[in-house]
Structures are given as C-alpha cells and as structure tokens.
Ligand binder design. Structure first.
Ligand code: NAI
Ligand code: 3PY
Length: 310
C-alpha cells in the first residue's frame, strides 16, 4: 500500500490564474485535478456546467471558493444547497473599488452630469450638493460600510435598511425592510448595496419608487434585479425621480435601444465598479487567506449562508 501524500488536496475546476499554483503550495496544499482526493475546490468563473462536473468528480469536496461577492447566480442554479460543502464568496473583498464607484455615481447624478456630459449647448445651471444630504443605504455589507466611510466628509445623515436592525457605524439609525417606505420618503439619495436574494428581488418596485421623495436620486451598484426596471424607467420619464445611476441592470447587459440609454437623467456604467484589474489582487488575497485558514482548520472568510442566499 502506498503512503498517503501529505498536504490538503486542492483542485481548480477550470484553469485558474497564474499565481494559483504558488498560492496553494505556500498554504501547504497540493494542486490535484478534481477527483476522489479533492477536499477544496476553487472556482474562478465560467460555464456552471464545468463547476457541476468538477463537483461530481470530487465527491469529498468540503469547501468551494467562489470568485464574486454576489452569489445569486449560484443560488439560482441550486448549487449552494449541496450537502456537506461550505461555500465562500468574495463578499466584502471588493468593497473599496465598488464603494468608490458608488460615490462617483452619487455625485454625478446629483450634479446632473449625465445630461451635461451629453449636452452640446450651454443650458441652465442645475444640480444638488451631497453635503448635508439624507442618504439611505440598502444593505449593510462590505460595500455599504465602505460607502458610509467615504460619505463621512460630506456630513450626510445616513440611514441603513438591513435584515436585522443591528447598528451600523456612521448611521443615524438602522432599520429593517418593514420600514423601507417611511425611510424612502426621507432620503435625497437611495443607494442599493444589498445582495440579490429571494427576499430582495424587486425590493424597489413601483410602490417603493413612488414612495421616494420627489427629485431624489437612485444609485445601484449591487444587482439590477433589486430594482423593477420598467417602474424605474416610468419614474424617470415622468420626472418624479431626479435621476438614476446604475452600474448593474436587469436585464444585464442592458440591450442596445433600451429606454434607459436615452433617458437624460439616467447614467449607466456597464458593471465596471470593479474591473478585472481592480479585482485581481483583492480576490487573490481572499483566496490565499482562505487557503491558509482551510489548511489550518480555521473558520473561512466570506462564508455564504445558503438559507439567507448570500
Ligand atoms: N457592481 C459590481 O461590480 C459589484 C456588485 N456587487 C454586488 O453587491 C452586493 C454587496 O456586496 P458586498 O457588500 O461585498 O456583500 P455582503 O455580502 O458583504 O453584503 C450583502 C448585504 O446585503 C444585505 N441584505 C441581504 N439580504 C437583505 C435583506 N433582505 N434586506 C436588506 N438587506 C439585505 C445585508 O445587509 C448584507 O450585509 C453583492 O451581493 C453583489 O451582488 C459586489 C461586488 C461588485
Ligand atoms: O463580485 C461581484 O458580485 C461582482 O458583481 C463583480 O463585478
């Protein structure tokens, strides 16, 4: 009988980044093809059929690391329910670039930059300052918290809506979604930074958009599915909302000819809050830290709760 090979067996479902082999070795693991030895499986994106095949080939997998903060597509595919597997995401890891983009979108939409950037004549002065504004943030995860930090110099009055009313630093109060309508009516800026789950899909529908303060602006850097797109188009077209700045849309990619492209108060960026170059070192740090923890038997970072869906 041959002696067992030392080191935790780590597999990658599809070819991974260049640094991966070094990272696995540095953590005390050994990289093996997905198979009966596999204990940890790393997934860097691609066709989910390949992830399923790797999991089928590696029935002893105890941990799967995902490459994104949002796991809605994996939840929708029924993958997170796999018994005996801990799933980790990149939740919180991309907070800085995404919160920075959210701040850029906030300022741009308050200052009517979408219209002014497209204008070819001088026009009327218009726009609102962020200083002292009432800001409502949906979600209390990594991005929401970093965004609240970035707001500090603006002296905004911040409120967070989250699943539980536990306090969040930098806010006047934290409330649960049953108080969403009342809070929407008080906000100048509404920022969507929550995970897309069965509970948050279309959280901002026609009724919620109607509850917003006239002239208020909406920023979405989370997932398009949290907002009812048709209702948003109607609220912008009627002039009731002051503007919307969206890094994420439903559908995504936003098709050519969609009304959101032409509405003067809409600003769309094509899911570029965190570009590949921005993500790479952040994801690497998350993967390397989790490899170290897995080998050491410690609690992993970014563990997904399959029931909550994020
Ligand atoms: N535009 C982009 O490039 C990016 C978008 N994202 C999206 O942003 C989301 C947030 O990212 P992170 O802050 O890193 O994730 P996170 O997992 O740290 O935060 C998610 C937050 O969603 C909130 N949430 C969940 N269910 C809720 C409910 N029923 N009601 C109210 N709030 C609820 C919770 O407060 C939770 O903390 C991700 O799930 C992802 O979809 C993430 C990274 C980049
Ligand atoms: O990490 C995520 O969820 C993203 O959307 C990356 O762009």
């Amino acid at each position: 009988m041959s002696a067992p090979v030392p080191g935790v067996a780590v597999s990658v479902a599809r070819p991974g980044p260049d640094w991966l082999a070094d990272s696995v070795a540095a953590a005390g693991g050994r990289l093996v093809p997905p198979g009966p030895d596999t204990e940890a499986l790393l997934w860097f994106g691609g066709d989910l059929a390949d992830l399923r095949s790797a999991l089928d080939a590696a029935p002893g997998t105890r941990w799967v690391q995902l490459p994104s903060a949002g796991v809605d597509s994996y939840a929708d595919a029924g993958l997170l329910d796999s018994p005996g597997i801990t799933w980790t995401s990149a939740k919180g890891a991309f907070s800085r670039p995404v919160a920075e983009h959210a701040l850029a979108l906030t300022l741009a939409t308050l200052r009517h930059l979408p219209e002014r950037a497209r204008a070819r004549s001088w026009g009327r002065p218009a726009g609102t300052s962020l200083f002292g504004a009432d800001v409502l943030v949906l979600g209390a995860g990594g991005i929401a918290r970093t965004y609240l930090d970035l707001l500090a110099p603006f002296g905004t009055r911040n409120v967070v809506v989250r699943r539980q009313a536990a306090p969040v630093p930098g806010t006047e109060r934290t409330v649960t979604t049953d108080q969403l309508h009342a809070e929407l009516a008080r906000a100048d800026v509404v920022v969507v930074a929550a995970a897309l789950t069965t509970r948050t899909r279309a959280l901002l529908g026609a009724d919620e958009l109607a509850a917003m303060r006239p002239g208020a602006v909406l920023v979405n850097i989370a997932r398009g599915g949290l907002v009812d797109t048709d209702a948003l188009v109607a609220a912008l077209a009627s002039g009731r909302l002051g503007g919307a700045a969206l890094d994420v849309t439903d559908p995504e990619p936003l098709p050519d000819g969609h009304p959101l492209w032409d509405l003067p108060t809409a600003l769309v960026t094509p899911h570029t809050a965190d570009t590949r170059e921005m993500i790479e070192p952040l994801l690497r740090a998350r993967v390397e830290e989790n490899l170290r923890r897995f080998v050491a038997g410690e609690t992993l970072d970014g563990v997904v709760d399959p029931v909550a869906g994020y």
